[in-house]
Design a protein around this ligand. Structure first.
Ligand SMILES: Cc1cc2nc3c(=O)[nH]c(=O)nc-3n(C[C@H](O)[C@H](O)[C@H](O)COP(=O)(O)OP(=O)(O)OC[C@H]3O[C@@H](n4cnc5c(N)ncnc54)[C@H](O)[C@@H]3O)c2cc1C
Length: 297
């Protein structure tokens, strides 16, 4: 198997290289300023893309290189840009695409893939003749190797996209990756107004407030930069307090590195308890005031 990998984030390209090099030959591409960082993970080549990247010229470069290089498969990290270029590249190649895979196994002609389905409640296993795949971020930890891949510069064609204006996204400046204590809320909080009842606990433990994907993305009770999980931030605090979070695998993938985990959930069979060092089965709105009082805050 010969695979071409791309991500604008070298760490995500490195994760894919680590995963795929066990299955065959892998070349990886990223933007030129980051190519050196990508060259330490065992890729055959690290392509360094020069030029003004847009989805059209990156996808065109990927499709052209795929054809010219005799690659069997193309893997792109599932980011905003990655999803755009994957769609356009598969269209140019007239090849099938499967999004957000978590596992890949080449077979005789067809490939076997796994991805989450029905909002992550189940895993879908598929056999297909697809050639282009987006990989869910964080599938494996990237493993550095001693040798360095040769860096191969490549020029992107001029883009037909004109950028009219760029607006900076409003950011609260929170850095969950560096937080020592995180209080993370889930759908169990019920509604945005109820976050005020969790805040005294955040203050009492001197923590940062975070949330599950429904809280940050679907309902937008918190900003997306506070989302923990496979498609959010990967955090490793000394203490992670999960408040009304069920503990689905996509959430756990983001907080498994926490040193101590405490969970509050009214459902004693919630999977979060399997990941917790301490747990309280009960209503968060009864637990939190008592805990805050006990902490003397
Ligand atoms: C491709 C993909 C990527 C994803 N990425 C992420 C990700 O990065 N992060 C993420 O979090 N999810 C992610 N998800 C979604 C994930 O599968 C779950 O749907 C999500 O984590 C569930 O969030 P939750 O625990 O807040 O909600 P729920 O699963 O609805 O859980 C709510 C919990 O609150 C409890 N509860 C309710 N009321 C109370 C109360 N009063 N007191 C105590 N407990 C109470 C319930 O018992 C329940 O266990 C992803 C899904 C997919 C398909």
């Amino acid at each position: 198997m010969k695979a071409l990998v791309f991500s604008e984030f070298p760490e995500m390209a490195a994760q894919m290289v680590t995963y795929l090099k066990k299955l065959g030959e892998v070349d990886a591409a990223t933007f030129s300023a980051k190519a050196e960082a990508l060259s330490h993970y065992g890729a055959g080549k690290a392509y360094a893309l020069n030029g003004q990247p847009q989805f059209d010229n990156v996808s065109a470069w990927l499709a052209d290189t795929y054809k010219a290089g005799g690659y069997d498969y193309m893997f792109i990290a599932s980011t905003i840009l990655g999803r755009e270029v994957a769609g356009a590249a598969s269209q140019s190649l007239d090849a099938g695409i499967i999004s957000e895979i978590t596992e890949f196994q080449p077979g005789q002609g067809n490939v076997h893939t796994k991805r989450y389905f029905l909002g992550g409640k189940t895993v879908l296993e598929e056999e297909s003749d697809s050639k282009v795949f987006t990989f869910a971020p964080g599938i494996v930890d990237a493993e550095r190797v001693d040798s360095a891949s040769p860096i191969t510069p490549a020029d992107l064609k001029p883009s037909s996209v004109t950028v009219v204006s760029v607006e900076e996204k409003q950011s609260s400046g929170v850095n969950l990756e560096k937080a020592k204590v995180i209080v993370s809320i889930g759908r169990g909080v019920g509604k945005k107004e109820n976050i005020a009842q969790v805040e005294p606990l955040v203050k009492a433990v001197n923590g940062e407030l975070a949330g599950s994907r429904p809280v940050c993305l679907d309902y937008q009770w918190l900003s997306d930069e506070r989302q923990v999980g496979i498609s959010g931030k990967k955090v490793r605090p000394n203490l992670y307090i999960a408040v009304g979070i069920s503990g689905q695998i996509q959430h756990i993938a983001g907080m498994r590195g926490s040193k101590v985990v405490i969970a509050f959930n009214k459902d004693k069979s919630a999977p979060i308890f399997d990941e917790s060092d301490y747990g309280i089965v009960g209503d968060i709105f009864q637990i939190i005031p008592k805990l805050v009082q006990a902490l003397g805050a």
